[in-house]
Design a protein around this ligand. Sequence first.
Ligand SMILES: [Zn+2]
Ligand SMILES: [Zn+2]
Length: 365
Amino acid sequence: MKVLASVTHKPGQLSLEEVELAAPKASEALVKTIACGVCHTDAAALHSFIPVTLPIILGHEGVGIVEEVGSEVTTLKKGDRVIMSFPSCGKCDYCRDGRPYACDNLNTLFFDGTYNDGTKRFSQHTTDISSFFGQGAFADHVIVDARNAVKIEIESVDVLANLCSLGCGVQTGAGAVLNHIKPKKGESMAVFGCGAVGMSAIMAAVIAECSTIIGIDVVSERLELAKELGATHVINSNETDPVEVIKRITTGGVHSSVEASGVAKVTLQALACLRREGIAVLLSVTGPEEVSIPLEACLMNPSVTLKGLCEGGSNPQTFIPELVRFYKEGRLPVEKLVKFYDFKDIEKAFADSHTGLAIKPVLRF
Ligand SMILES: [Zn+2]
Ligand SMILES: [Zn+2]
């Protein structure tokens, strides 16, 4: 079938064009896209900071309505509302153990643009086009493997459009807190970077009943929103040294910290602000940047843990329904992060994400 998509033929390009979409294979579904979030990973791939196979259709926070399913699909049917998430192979040790975020085939499935059988679904003339993250949801219809489409009980497409980033950004921030750090009631947490991932970590820290939640950013409007979402303290790291302030607020350091800034050197602050035996989780560093960590002083002596985590260490099929429940209970007000754009204004959505004008730009189809 013919679909309208944003095609990236060369780095930086988002060109709305007609492309051909193949029929779903046995394990797959055809989904009519309702909306798709713009994530920083899309921007990193757009500019080839992450190596992707061009031409590619980006977009990996799609939500939509199932139009058709392949012969082996038992979990979805026509008309189902779905949140699409990251792909995984379903066959490696990690996938079989319910840990698809650590899938052995993650790099191929995320960035090469192929599906589990090694082929692609979009094409133009005789050229195959990659689907980012097994979705390519900057298109009005997509093919997705049933493994990474999660059926949810929400009828309204306008409500559904608010939930795009449950598939990536929200799942990443909230998953790190609820699935991995698992703070005890009354503990303290510092969140570096108050974008969609960081704000989700803050909302999750509230759900986990942390008593001290410190949001750190350089944009004052974001810090205001962080307070509204439950941060007990905020720090503008352009104005003051966040590590010093965190240690003062917590008399010695936080139990855990989350790096959601995308800035490699913030890792050092996320480590330095910990109390003994604390844990710092890296969620958003992309690209080849390096930092130098004094091992004895920063890791061994204080007995702290530095943990890298992909997609918040989440299993979408179980975690996304849990996040939807929190949303329905009013405990995960993700709509406060969202700014809507028409699909044709995709370039403005990327620009506003880059400048910080929009925390979570969402394209409507
Ligand atoms: Zn796997
Ligand atoms: Zn993402």
